[in-house]
Design a protein around this ligand. Structure first.
Ligand code: FES
Length: 151
């Protein structure tokens, strides 16, 4: 049987290198994780119903897909749910992240695995288990304002 010979010098060199590596890499890993978790805060979005581009929202049951001007990778679906209210929610499916479609007959479907959501973004049929991420909406006259919800 071979005896494990690990000199004091080898031990200090090895453990010292590991400590230095941990001291350098550890904070870098934390910074990468923090950077990934940060997202650009959304500025409020205003939609004017007098604008022909927003005509779909002038009727109850209408819907429109818009891009967050601050983050074009974050499409938002806006639906007209009543004469006096709209809903807005992320188009990113809560199952595995596919982009959901605009509603057909008041049903929003994810083409990937057929999850279904209502006009307010609430899941009605899995496999998704969570509602679509919603935004706060207000309607004042012809102006709809969409804001990120504070949690
Ligand atoms: S990603 Fe939408 S149902 Fe799977």
């Amino acid at each position: 049987m071979q005896k494990n010979t690990f000199s004091r010098r080898e031990f200090i060199l090895t453990s010292g290198s590991s400590a230095i590596a941990a001291a350098i890499i550890g904070p870098m890993m934390v910074n990468v994780a923090a950077a990934k978790s940060k997202s650009v805060p959304m500025k409020p979005i205003s939609l004017d119903l007098k604008d022909p581009g927003n005509a779909a929202l002038t009727k109850v049951g209408g819907a429109l897909k818009i891009l967050d001007p601050g983050d074009k990778k974050r499409p938002i679906i806006v639906t007209r749910i009543s004469e006096t209210a709209c809903a807005a929610f992320s188009s990113r499916c809560t199952h595995l992240g596919c982009e959901v479609s605009l509603p057909t007959n008041d049903v929003i479907t994810c083409k990937c695995h057929k999850s279904k959501f209502d006009m307010s973004g609430k899941v009605t049929h899995g496999p998704a288990k969570k509602n679509l991420k919603t935004f706060t909406t207000t309607m004042e006259g012809a102006i709809i304002t969409i804001r990120e919800q504070l949690s």
